[in-house]
Design a protein around this ligand. Structure first.
Ligand code: CO
Length: 174
């Protein structure tokens, strides 16, 4: 089921998400709904808090360029209770967010990350990346901590954003 996306400046986005302890049917439904919602909104990643569920759950599905940007469900990375083990280097990438629709800006991130997480059955995995996935992981992880990418902008860019965002008004809340 496609769910509504929580849009900035909704206060729920500032909430810190809670650890998942039960890997049950409810969690699986949440993950399935997150995938449907992300695809319906043309996103590459989504954190549970973006559909108003404050749990430490995020998904990422990097579109396959050679297949017209397809995002098959089996390619979805389902990440529960993530913990960064290592982060290093620096990179910059133009980010966007389904909770801040229509706005894109360069954000500085770590180039390399190593992450420990659980899958939908509670099994532990370790994953590392130094490319697009590393950036997406950091962006989505921030949502679990109640942070948005616009908080990483310089003061000048942030002010400019707030001005533009206000001008756009409730129209952007789709
Ligand atoms: Co986001």
């Amino acid at each position: 089921m496609v769910r509504d996306i929580v849009i900035y400046p909704d206060k729920r986005l500032k909430q810190k998400s809670q650890e998942v302890t039960e890997f049950n049917e409810e969690l699986h439904r949440l993950l399935d709904d997150m995938y449907e919602t992300m695809v319906a909104k043309n996103g590459v990643g989504l954190a549970a808090i973006q559909i108003a569920v404050p749990k430490r759950v995020l998904i990422i599905n990097v579109p396959i360029e050679e297949q017209d940007g397809a995002q098959p469900k089996e390619n979805t990375l389902e990440i529960i209770n993530p913990q960064f083990l290592e982060m290093s280097g620096k990179t910059k990438y133009q980010e966007g967010c389904l909770s801040v629709p229509g706005y894109y800006e360069d954000v500085e991130r770590y180039k390399y990350v190593k992450l420990k997480y659980q899958d939908r059955h509670g099994k532990e995995h370790i994953l590392e990346d130094d490319d697009f996935l590393a950036i997406a992981l950091q962006h989505e992880y921030d949502h679990l901590e109640g942070k948005l990418f616009i908080e990483k902008l310089s003061i000048i860019k942030r002010k400019k954003f707030e001005k533009e965002w206000k001008k756009k008004g409730p129209k952007s809340k789709k």
